[in-house]
Write a protein that binds this ligand. Structure first.
Ligand SMILES: CC(C)(COP(=O)(O)OP(=O)(O)OC[C@H]1O[C@@H](n2cnc3c(N)ncnc32)[C@H](O)[C@@H]1OP(=O)(O)O)[C@@H](O)C(=O)NCCC(=O)NCCS
Length: 150
């Protein structure tokens, strides 16, 4: 079921992603450093899905080319997560659709990500496709590359 009436997706500064990054994505990080080097790169943007004044879902979009794809204008989705209490309510999907519109306006042709295997059903619902290889990312687990032509 989707509860999206009060939802608003906005650009946010990277530090507002840290709480959900910490709780949902990277609980193994012990030094409280939830920034990643690309957070402040020129073409990076961060989105937050808000309900009232609370961020319930986050995603970071980075201009990065994956050589598996011929397309020139690529972006990479990183650190996509929804607060545990708000999972499976349609918020991640709303954030993703909003991002696709932004990327279309930037004339980006392809969005890709390293997807955790347990997140693949979510990305498939968003019409992303996967490459075949499964690879391990330290501390996190097996991943597969997923992508969508925009
Ligand atoms: C993956 C994640 C971001 C999905 O966010 P979400 O806000 O719960 O997803 P939504 O509610 O918008 O789901 C959109 C659709 O995908 C489906 N879906 C979401 N997670 C799913 C899952 N684990 N299994 C099956 N379907 C799933 C929803 O049912 C919904 O389907 P619908 O459009 O038919 O109603 C969230 O579960 C999460 O933070 N997971 C832990 C962190 C993580 O793995 N992040 C991805 C790193 S690669």
């Amino acid at each position: 079921m989707t509860h999206s009436l009060l939802l608003e997706v906005k650009y946010i500064p990277s530090n507002l992603t840290y709480k959900i990054r910490k709780e949902v994505l990277w609980p193994h990080i012990k030094n409280n450093k939830f920034s990643i080097p690309i957070d402040t790169q020129k073409d990076t943007f961060h989105l937050g899905a808000y309900i009232n004044n609370n961020i319930v879902s986050i995603g970071t979009f980075v201009k990065e080319k994956n050589k598996e794809f011929n397309t020139n204008k690529q972006y990479r989705l990183r650190a996509m997560a929804t607060d545990f209490k708000f999972k499976q309510m349609g918020y991640g999907k709303k954030l993703f659709s909003h991002a696709i519109n932004i990327l279309k306006n930037k004339q980006i042709e392809l969005l890709w990500c390293d997807a955790r295997l347990e997140a693949i059903p979510f990305y498939k619902k968003l019409h992303m496709k996967s490459l075949n290889t499964i690879y391990n990312i330290k501390n996190i687990g097996p991943h597969q590359t997923m992508y969508i032509h925009i």
